[in-house]
Design a protein around this ligand. Structure first.
Ligand SMILES: O=C(O)[C@@H](CO)OP(=O)(O)O
Ligand SMILES: [Mg+2]
Length: 426
């Protein structure tokens, strides 16, 4: 088995023009593979720590410390490790860091190495990444949860909800789903233009108009689906990422000009779910509001997927706590929230064993790295959110899924509406 010969790293830019870490791993059989690390804006307080330099360079956002950690501390320690021993490599990374939140070396440094090792191992064994990680069971193409209208921390608009996503559940294949979503995205642009609304884009490529309410966003999307020639609910369903931590304070939830309680918001969502074909709501409440989450899950969890992002931060320990307490019924999976591939796989495994569904996810700051597309198939998630079908850092993931579907050929199956079992029960 090939072993690790050298580990390199450099500072590159992400899609917001902020520095991020890129790692290259060389094996003794000549294989060289590379991975780049994403970065969030609406980050959860319990995420693993992203190491930034401080100081004046890049407004304090440089990652030279993280890069130096890879070159000076991590690299020399990994030389000689078998590249396919991912779990041992990741454990060594955790031991070298030695902190519970990866704050010494930085989750950005650690993740870059972890993913680059996986990519090198896959390449050296001659397998595509999704097959190397997922084995023979990897065959399910995820529903693309396409964020076509941006608000919250991802836009300079007055819309509270961070992401309005469309889920092309009625498609027969991933390629068809991507086309349906993309046609709807283009139709939304023309609907916005018709109404004299702005067509500027948010961080994830969705449109970011000022609107009178969050419902107004859903109504625009209904018109867009219609104009694209698809049926609302059967062909194209909706999903939200409310990112409620962002507008929560001790006073409550600052939503549509009012201060609401968790109970008020739960009523609001109940009403939305009754009036729009919403299959999934992410972070409907704040990351600290466990009681609110438990009550909301009890009230709505039989009708709609409730996804924990800031609540769980892809952390198996926080997820286990949530499962025990009955908070949410799905896990958002972000590799850089936890910082290694094996911990990510452990979180997904725990979610699936606990009857929770999983949605693989990008970050609002992304790169051309497409690892999450392969991981979505490898882990049998059935859902991926990676932004609008515009902006190359988002499209790169969708394009990789097209390639995977083609490669799987007759073995490929598109998750479709089966990704959301409760939808059928409504
Ligand atoms: O909240 C989210 O789910 C993400 C990705 O869409 O945003 P960020 O990367 O800014 O945390
Ligand atoms: Mg989120």
């Amino acid at each position: 088995m090939p072993s690790i010969d050298a580990v390199g790293a450099r500072e590159i830019l992400d899609s917001r023009g902020n520095p991020t870490v890129e790692v290259e791993v060389a094996l003794d059989d000549g294989t060289i593979a590379r991975a780049a690390v994403p970065s969030g804006a609406s980050t959860g307080a319990f995420e693993a720590v992203e190491l930034r330099d401080g100081g004046e360079r890049y407004g304090g956002k440089g990652v030279t410390k993280a890069v130096d950690g890879v070159l000076d501390v991590i690299g020399p320690e990994l030389v000689g490790y078998e590249a396919t021993e991912q779990r041992l490599v990741d454990q060594r990374l955790l031991d070298l860091d030695g902190t519970p939140d990866k704050s010494r070396l930085g989750a950005n440094a650690i993740l870059g190495v972890s993913l680059a090792v996986a990519r090198a191992a896959a390449e050296s064994t001659g397998l595509p990444l999704f097959r190397y990680v997922g084995g023979p069971s990897a065959h399910l193409l995820p529903v693309p949860m396409m964020n076509i209208l941006n608000g919250g921390a991802h836009a300079d608009s007055n819309v509270d909800v961070q992401e309005f996503m469309i889920a092309p559940i009625g498609a027969a294949t991933f390629a068809e789903a991507l086309a349906m979503g993309t046609e709807t995205y283009h139709a939304l642009k023309s609907v916005l233009k018709k109404d004299g609304l702005a067509t500027g884009l948010g961080d994830e490529g969705g449109f970011a108009p000022n609107l009178s309410s969050n419902r107004a966003a859903l109504d625009l999307i209904v018109r867009a689906v219609d104009q694209a020639g698809y049926s609302v609910g059967t062909d194209v369903a909706f999903a939200l990422d409310v990112a409620a931590t962002e507008f929560h304070s001790e006073a409550g939830y600052a939503f549509e000009g009012k201060t609401l309680s968790a109970g008020d918001l739960t009523e609001y969502y109940t009403d939305l779910v009754a009036n729009y074909p919403i299959v999934s709501i992410e972070d409907p409440l704040s990351e600290e509001d466990w009681d609110g989450w438990i009550a909301l899950t009890a009230a709505l969890g039989d009708r709609v997927q409730i996804v924990g992002d800031d609540l769980f931060v892809t952390n198996p320990t926080r997820l286990a706590d949530g499962v025990e307490r009955g908070a949410a019924n799905a896990l958002l999976v972000k590799v850089n929230q936890i910082g290694t591939l094996t911990e990510t796989l452990d979180a997904v495994g725990l979610a699936h064993r606990s009857g929770y569904r999983c949605m693989m996810s990008h970050r609002s700051g992304e790169t051309e790295d497409t690892t999450i597309a392969d991981l979505a198939v490898a882990t049998d998630c059935g859902q991926i959110k990676t932004g609008a079908p515009a902006r190359s850092e988002r499209v790169a993931k969708y394009n990789q899924l097209l390639r995977i579907e083609e490669e799987l050929d007759d073995a490929a199956r598109y998750a479709g509406s089966a990704a959301f079992p409760r939808l059928r029960a409504r």
